[in-house]
Ligand binder design. Structure first.
Ligand code: AMP
Ligand code: MN
Ligand code: MN
Ligand code: MN
Length: 271
């Protein structure tokens, strides 16, 4: 099965429109795709012709857990459910409120018109840190997007504002109530010790979480083995995706997802 269950379009911080994303998926002979834009279903809604690719409704929700930002992928959700409507309403407000707070902090640091600049790059109100980063580069305040994240927007920096996000429990519940499968996104990226990661997974399971991303983009094989073992230990389904945002990044290319280890139970088996 050729699939990708984690990628982004222009509806959030991706570079390709939903149509271009489907074309790229079809060109790579993908059979199954989930567009998982940050906190919006607009990309999914804009897809016209799926070009022979089976499209699963998906989303990547921002949440917080123990003072940390944690991402949850919702797969096979009902986009028209009351729970999704509530999630979208909440996340839209949270993202806008957060953007205002990030902009205030960047202004204090000397950046010019960060909110207007980021909004223009985002092409609307679904403003994320990558849009701020690109504005900081375009306005000469930072040398590169990487530099912007390292100095101002990344983990623990002033522009890393998490207070507006719902708790992990609330965000998981939205996905479950929308009839979807809640997947803990890229568990290896939170820089947690093995003990803390188990605590996160335990809280996630209690909240209704059913799966973890055993594979997200290119990652060291030992991560894959560790995450597969964790999934087996906790009885979780395994998901996998590229976290594709734009062409030109071979480590996160659409559909470039290593096979899941044999002992994993793939999340799509029941669809
Ligand atoms: P947000 O959803 O606004 O919190 O933005 C998070 C997004 O920023 C992630 O989904 C990535 O696409 C991007 N991102 C996170 N860290 C970095 C980084 N160090 N360099 C470039 N992009 C990043
Ligand atoms: Mn992103
Ligand atoms: Mn993410
Ligand atoms: Mn993502």
């Amino acid at each position: 099965m050729r699939f990708d269950l984690h990628c982004h379009s222009t509806a959030s911080d991706g570079a390709l429109s939903p149509g271009e994303l489907l074309q790229r998926a079809a060109d790579s002979d993908l059979e199954l795709l989930a567009i998982t834009d940050h906190d919006t279903l607009d990309g999914w809604r804009q897809v016209g012709d799926t070009r022979g690719v089976r499209l699963v409704p998906g989303i990547e929700l921002s949440s917080r857990w123990g003072g940390r930002g944690v991402h949850l992928v919702g797969l096979a959700i009902d986009p028209d459910s009351a729970a999704m409507a509530e999630a979208l309403r909440h996340q839209r407000r949270a993202r806008l409120e957060r953007a205002g707070r990030i902009a205030e902090k960047l202004e204090k640091l000397g950046a010019e018109n960060p909110l207007e600049g980021a909004r223009a790059i985002a092409g609307g109100d679904n403003i994320g840190r990558p849009h701020f980063a690109r504005h900081l580069v375009a306005s000469g305040f930072c040398d590169s997007v990487e530099d912007a994240f390292r100095r101002h927007l990344g983990d623990g920096r002033p522009g890393d504002v998490k207070e507006a996000w719902p708790t992990l429990e609330v965000a998981t519940r939205w996905i479950v109530d929308a009839g979807g499968i809640a997947v803990l996104a890229h568990p290896a990226r939170y820089k947690l010790t093995a003990t803390r990661l188990r605590a996160l997974v335990d809280d996630f399971v209690v909240a209704g979480g059913r799966a973890i991303e055993v594979i997200c983009g290119s990652q060291p094989p030992q991560w894959t083995r560790q995450l597969a073992a964790l999934a087996a230990e906790r009885g979780l389904l395994a998901s996998a995706g590229s976290d594709f945002h734009r062409p030109g990044r071979p480590w996160a290319e659409l559909g470039r997802v290593a096979p899941l280890p044999d002992d994993c139970e793939p999340v799509w088996r029941h669809w």
